[in-house]
Design a binder for this molecule. Structure first.
Ligand SMILES: Nc1ncnc2c1ncn2[C@@H]1O[C@H](COP(=O)(O)OP(=O)(O)OP(=O)(O)O)[C@@H](O)[C@H]1O
Ligand SMILES: [Mg+2]
Length: 442
């Protein structure tokens, strides 16, 4: 069932239900107060007859036998009164007076005969005066109910009209949103719903639009990623293929050194595949970390020793500074080593000869250790900064490809830091140098 029909039906049923309850209650209240009024008017007669009949029943061994022998109405001071006595099964026991039975039962005053809280019968008292007022009184609840039904129906029609409009109005933003949801479901990623509202519907539409945009971006990233991987694989494969073709055409025994370039490309390929595997594991949160208490100051010294030959080739000096008391953290040393290694190879790669690279350990806050890797290199233009940690992103395509980078180093570094609940940021200015700042929680 459509949403607005549901709202309409619910509201309609509620209105009709409330009206019926209201009319029934009013009828009941008016009727019982009128009955009480009539009883009150013949209070004396009813009390007298009630006590006489109860006495008779008791004196005659709890039976109504021979009751027609007595004249109860002679002491009633009204014009032409009548009396009808019934037993517990509503059978007629005694009828005195001239009024027809039908009139007595319809317009008389009823009262139960009760002895010791037990009902033993019922009597109906009648006289023309009480019949008249009863006739008038019976009319009142009927006219009240008729008036209520009339005005109630009018109100119900008005209320139903309002409910119908309200339900349509409530459902209308959904009608705008629904086609967009269906289009997204059919694969049209990025589709936007045109709902300009500030209420909850507006929030739903905004959330939908955001989700659709994000899905599109994720899809674009996925497509680009496949293209990037294919692109990265093609270069080494072409080189290996070309070299092998050339060697075959020569038809001469192969010298071991001619195989070296092929081996280089295979090493590159291997590294690429391995990097992609670790990256996808880290992104899926499935990276296993072998955490243990590690002194970061020692770790930094070891990496420095390992990387120094690379720096020496370009006459770059590496400086280490420790300004932190507490440098021992529970981390996976091999992953953190990889992070620092990636940052340092970048720093050396993108710093011209005779430059400097600095590694500093600081503890600005009680909760985390700060590791700063800073170089005096070429820097990074501001437009590249937001994408720097993306897979396969290179700030300068032509230059870095020569240097052998695939653009995965920073993406891996970021994932490793994130899996240690840390953060990594970059600050850079062109031709001044670049600074990477890592924070690792203690
Ligand atoms: N210290 C730096 N100075 C200048 N540019 C940098 C620096 N570090 C990274 N970059 C830029 O960011 C890009 C991405 O770096 P990343 O380490 O992810 O890839 P890569 O070094 O090109 O390749 P890989 O690390 O996979 O061998 C680099 O290509 C480079 O343009
Ligand atoms: Mg790198």
């Amino acid at each position: 069932m459509r949403f607005h029909r549901k709202i309409f039906l619910t509201v309609a049923l509620t209105i009709v239900g409330i009206s019926i309850v209201f009319i029934t209650l009013t009828h009941f209240i008016v009727k019982s107060s009128i009955e009480a009024g009539i009883h009150e008017a013949r209070k004396k007669e009813v009390a007298f007859l009630s006590s006489e009949l109860s006495d008779y029943y008791l004196v005659h061994n709890q039976s109504w036998e021979e009751i027609d022998q007595i004249d109860l109405l002679q002491d009633v001071d009204r014009e032409s009164p009548s009396l009808l006595v019934l037993d517990n099964d509503k059978r007629e026991i005694f009828n005195q007076g001239d009024a027809p039975l039908k009139l007595i039962t319809r317009l008389g005053v009823r009262n139960d005969i009760v002895i010791n809280e037990k009902k033993v019968g019922q009597f109906i008292y009648y006289d023309p005066e009480v019949a008249n007022s009863n006739k008038i009184m019976i009319g009142i609840p009927v006219s009240v109910v008729l008036a209520l039904i009339g005005s109630g129906s009018l109100l119900i029609i008005i209320a139903l009209f309002i409910a119908y409009q309200l339900s349509r109005w409530l459902a209308s933003p959904l009608k705008v949103l629904l086609p967009s949801i269906e289009r997204l479901g059919k694969g049209e990623l990025g589709v936007q719903a045109d709902v300009n509202m500030n209420d909850e519907y507006g929030k739903i539409a905004n959330a939908f639009n955001r989700m659709s945009t994000e899905l599109k971006q994720a899809e674009d990233v996925r497509r680009n990623l496949t293209a990037d991987i294919a692109h990265e694989l093609r270069t080494p494969l072409t080189i290996v293929g070309g070299k092998l073709d050339y060697l075959q055409q020569q038809g001469q025994p192969i010298q071991p050194e001619t195989l070296l370039p092929i081996q280089d490309e295979l090493i590159r390929l291997n590294r690429l595949v391995e990097d992609l595997r670790t990256l996808s594991l880290a992104e899926a949160g499935k990276l296993t970390l072998n955490k243990k208490a590690t002194n970061l100051a020692d770790l930094v010294q070891r990496i420095r020793l390992a990387i120094e030959p690379l720096a020496d080739e370009k006459d770059i000096s590496i400086q280490c500074e420790v300004h932190a008391g507490q440098t021992t953290l529970s981390v996976d040393p091999s992953r953190i080593k990889q992070v620092l290694f990636n940052l340092l190879t970048n720093a050396i790669r993108y710093t011209p000869s005779q430059g400097t690279v600095q590694i500093r350990l600081l503890n600005d806050s009680q909760h985390s250790l700060k590791i700063v890797v800073q170089d005096s290199g070429i820097g990074i233009a501001p437009e590249h900064i937001p994408h720097l940690f993306d897979r396969f992103y290179r700030a300068d395509e032509a230059r870095t490809r020569d240097g052998g980078g695939t653009g995965l180093g920073l993406a891996i570094a970021k994932q490793f830091v994130l899996s240690h609940q840390g953060t990594i940021e970059v600050e850079s200015s062109l031709d001044q140098g670049t600074r990477f700042i890592i924070q690792l929680p203690y």
